[in-house]
Design a protein around this ligand. Structure first.
Ligand code: SAH
Length: 259
């Protein structure tokens, strides 16, 4: 190994191997070490040369396999040894992926670091389910939140609740499955309409993708009945209405003066 190792934070997209960007594939192909999360396409790892070291630091929900400090230290250590390190992360590295912390750790250690943006599940998973996060005449903004805060509390901030109650923006929730009952209660208590459309998309872009559409008031009950599991993206707002793009929606843009 020569000097001049570096770290590239690479977004691996939502799950399907062909949703990695071309730049992501090229970075992986040049890597000496690949440090990856749980939610990355296995095909990417199958194609690696035999000399490439693969480290799984993946986290199952609620269980941290390798603590964040340990991941940061690992990246720095390999790069200092002159290796080309790819840190392969689900979706986009800077969307709830702690990529910012990894980037900062490299900078603090004097290690060269760059980013290959990824196709974030926040946008791609709704799209794959036919849910546009904005739609002319229906909604012109979206807000992406996690329901899972550092303190382990599961709640929505006021801005997020306002998106739904005022029909101001589409609300896209990541890591929200276990918090869904609390989210529904919060939104209804804040004055959201019980029939606000909700789309829950599990395992987007994989062969097991499942889309559940339901009104807000029944969302938690229905998710429980169906055994909805992470990973899932929850979309709340008029864009999630069934039939919106087929012109058969009974909500949203039909006859909407904003159109
Ligand atoms: N950086 C990632 C998000 C990491 S947080 C990104 O940009 O996509 C992990 C959360 O992302 C999951 O809990 C789930 O809410 C969402 N997610 C990731 N992949 C998904 C998939 N294939 N289908 C549904 N949700 C997914």
């Amino acid at each position: 190994m020569t000097a001049g190792g570096h770290v590239t934070l690479v977004g691996a997209g939502p799950g399907a191997a062909d949703l990695l960007t071309y730049r992501a594939w090229r970075a992986v192909a040049r890597a000496d070490v690949v440090v990856h999360d749980r939610l990355v396409p296995v095909e990417v790892l199958d194609d690696l040369g035999e000399h490439v070291e693969v480290v799984d630091v993946g986290k199952a929900p609620g269980r941290h396999k390798v603590p964040q400090d340990g991941i940061n230290a690992l990246l720095v250590r390999h790069a200092r040894a002159g290796r080309r390190v790819v840190r392969l992360k689900g979706g986009d590295p800077f969307v709830f992926g702690r990529g910012g912390e990894e980037y900062a750790a490299c900078v603090a250690a004097g290690v060269a670091v760059d980013v290959v943006p990824g196709v974030s599940s926040a946008l791609a998973v709704p799209a794959l389910a036919g849910v546009p996060v904005t739609h002319r005449g229906t909604t012109t903004a979206f807000h992406v939140v996690t329901a899972h805060t550092r303190a382990g509390e599961q709640e929505l901030d006021d801005v997020a609740a306002g998106c739904v109650t005022q029909r101001a923006a589409t609300l896209v929730i990541l890591m929200g499955v276990s918090a869904l009952p609390a989210i529904v209660t919060r939104l209804l208590d804040a004055g959201a309409s019980p029939d606000t459309p909700v789309a829950i998309v599990e395992r987007g872009s994989t062969p097991d993708q499942r889309v559940t559409r339901v009104g807000l008031d029944l969302a938690a009950k229905r998710a429980d009945e169906l055994g909805v599991r992470a990973p899932a993206v929850i979309v709340i707002g008029d864009v999630a209405a069934h039939g919106l793009l087929e012109g058969t929606s009974d909500r949203g843009d039909v006859g909407d003066p904003r159109g």
